[in-house]
Each structure stands twice: as C-alpha cells, then as structure tokens.
Design a protein around this ligand. Structure first.
Ligand SMILES: *Cc1c(COP(=O)(O)O)cnc(C)c1O
Length: 337
C-alpha cells in the first residue's frame, strides 16, 4: 500500500467531508475546458478548471460556504471575523450575507481596491490593517478575542480545506480518461490540500504539483525543512497567495500527497495571464495564472509530451489599472522552448 493506515484514514476523513460539503448553495460547478493554443504550443493536452467563473471570481466561496454552514446558531448570531488577502474575504462576505451572519473582514492595506469593494459591496465590514497578511491575521485574531465573534480561517481549517476540495470532486467527474497531473496554485495550502486528499485517495497515480510564486514559496520551504517555516519576507504581486507560512492542517496532507512544487517568477505569471487570455478571452489575476505558468515550466523541464495536464485557473480579481503592467511584462516572460 502506498500510504500508512494513519495517512489513509486522514485522506478518507477529508473525502467524506468533501462529498458532504454543501457548497452548491452559493458556488457553481465550473467548466473544465480545453486550452487549444496552449495544448498545441506545449504538445500536451491542457485543460483549465475555470474557478475564475465563481460568483466571487475565485474558488474561495467554496471553503467559506462550507465553514459558515457548519457554525452553531449561537455562533451565527454572534457573527464572524476573518483575515484575508482579498479573495477569501469576498467569499466570506457573500456566504455571510446569504446566511444572515454579520461579518468583519481584516485585509492588508496593500489589498487591491477591487477586492476591498468586493467585500464592502456585499455588506461586510472591511478593516484595512498592516502591510501584509500576517499583520492582518494577528489583528483579526485579536478582534475575535475581544468581540466573541468566530474566526473563520482563510486556509488553515479542515472545513475550509474540504470546501476547496470540491474542486477535485468535480474534476474527477468531468474528466474520467487518462490524467497525468493536476497543477494547483499554493498560498496557505487550503486548496492544494483539499484537492490532493481527494485525488490521492481515489486516483493516487495522478501527480499533484503545487505551484508557488518565488516570492512566497512557503510550501516548498516547509517540504525542504521537513516542518512549517515562516518566510522572512513575502512579495505581493501575486497577492492571492502572499502567505508567509503554510497552514498546519494543509501541511499535514501536503507532506505526503504533493509530488513536487514548482516556483515561478512574476514575469512568468504575466506571460501565463496572456496565455489564458489567448485561449479563453478571460483575464486572470496573477495568482490565478500560477498553475499555467507551472505547467509551462514543467513541460520545458521534463520534455513531457501527449500528457493530460490540468491547471486550476483560480481567480480573476485584478485591478483594471494593473493590466498595463501585466501586458508589458508578459513580453519578457513568455517564450516557450
Ligand atoms: C487563495 C488563493 C489561492 C491559494 O489558495 P490557498 O488555499 O491559500 O493555498 C490561489 N489563487 C487564488 C486566486 C486565491 O485567491
């Protein structure tokens, strides 16, 4: 057997939670769609899981919905508080409004304006605090303590992980033929943990490849060290994944379920945004393009041909003003051998 009984039991727990997660009150089943131009250029069959098409333009609505539904009536009445780089914030804001729960959301002062608007326009209270996620997190935890509101973690929570894992449930339904690898963007590790737990339980031969920004590669650092480490600094171009330490629950799964981690540069992200645009006419945010950037690097390095590779296209919340910068840099990072 590939895994120890304890590991197998952990995966089974997640699979059960994923199968039971009531995310479809708010989340939608997104398409798994071929990327013809990328497939042609790379000599492999590339499919995009279009999580940028969720109601909040990222998959985070899945985990937020699953977590909030599980609260007790007393907890719901007291309200929730969270910290987020922006996309989890919008997921919590939408789920809280639908469930009639008051929500306060702490975001770093560097959060793109459109993500802040995405929170306040959905009726949640937006608090801007600190220059990066760890400062916002500390402030949110303190506020939770003071107010008695329930803290809803953006990634380090089994129900959030299980909510995100519903992405994998859909993928295995939507694609039942040969599948070589799934490329997953990594911030705090909630998405990849949910996907890896589900896929490794059912189809352990499918490779799970994490893709991180080289400016926030906290999973790679943790896997190398054999324990969770705190990065001394974090770059925020890919603001959706600007996290300094992988979550504890996620790492428990990732340490035996993630086959490899690839890191990509900001220029490679800009090029990948263009690749996705060319195939879909949709614009993703930098974090949303991580998986495609990772596939390009993987194919260039391994020489893979005629494989079926899936990229999670995870989000589309980018300020319109940033597009000029993205377009300029895309030219620098795009060349595929
Ligand atoms: C949150 C997020 C990620 C990373 O998810 P984690 O669960 O934090 O690893 C990737 N892409 C986008 C667009 C996100 O919002």
């Amino acid at each position: 057997m590939r895994y120890s009984p304890a590991q197998q039991a952990l995966l089974e727990q997640y699979v059960k939670k994923i199968l039971a997660a009531p995310v479809y009150e708010l989340a939608v089943r997104t398409p798994l769609q071929p990327a013809p131009a990328l497939s042609e250029t790379l000599g492999n069959r590339i499919l995009l899981k279009r999580e940028d098409l969720q109601p909040t333009f990222s998959f985070k609505i899945r985990g937020a919905c699953n977590r909030l539904v599980q609260l007790s009536d007393v907890q719901k009445a007291r309200g929730v508080i969270t910290a987020s780089a922006g996309n989890h914030a919008q997921g919590v804001a939408l789920a809280a409004r639908e469930l009639g729960i008051a929500a306060t959301i702490v975001m770093p002062a560097t959060t793109p304006e459109l993500k802040v608007l995405g929170v306040s326009s959905r009726g949640a209270e937006a608090v801007l605090h600190g220059d990066s996620f760890p400062f916002a997190l500390a402030h949110a935890l303190q506020l939770a303590e003071q107010t008695g509101r329930t803290f809803v973690p953006p990634f380090d929570d089994p129900d959030v992980i299980a909510g995100q894992g519903t992405v994998a449930m859909e993928i295995l339904h939507q694609h039942q033929g040969p599948l070589d690898a799934i490329f997953v963007p990594v911030g705090g590790g909630g998405l990849i943990a949910g996907i890896a737990a589900y896929v490794k339980y059912l189809r352990p031969e499918v490779r799970i490849v994490g893709v991180e920004s080289e400016h926030s590669a906290c999973l790679k650092a943790a896997l190398q060290a054999g324990e969770r480490v705190v990065l001394p600094s974090v770059g925020t171009f890919a603001d959706g994944v600007a996290v300094a330490q992988i979550g504890a629950y996620g790492f428990e799964v990732c340490r035996f379920c993630v086959d490899e981690v690839i890191t990509v540069s900001n220029d490679e992200l800009c090029a990948a945004i263009k690749n996705i645009y060319d195939d879909t006419r949709s614009i993703t945010e930098p974090s949303g393009a991580l998986a495609v950037a990772g596939i390009k690097q993987y194919v260039a390095r391994t020489g893979a041909r005629n494989q079926t590779l899936i990229a999670i296209d995870s989000g589309a919340n980018i300020n319109f003003d940033s597009l000029r910068h993205v377009a300029e840099r895309a030219a620098a990072g795009g060349i595929v051998a």
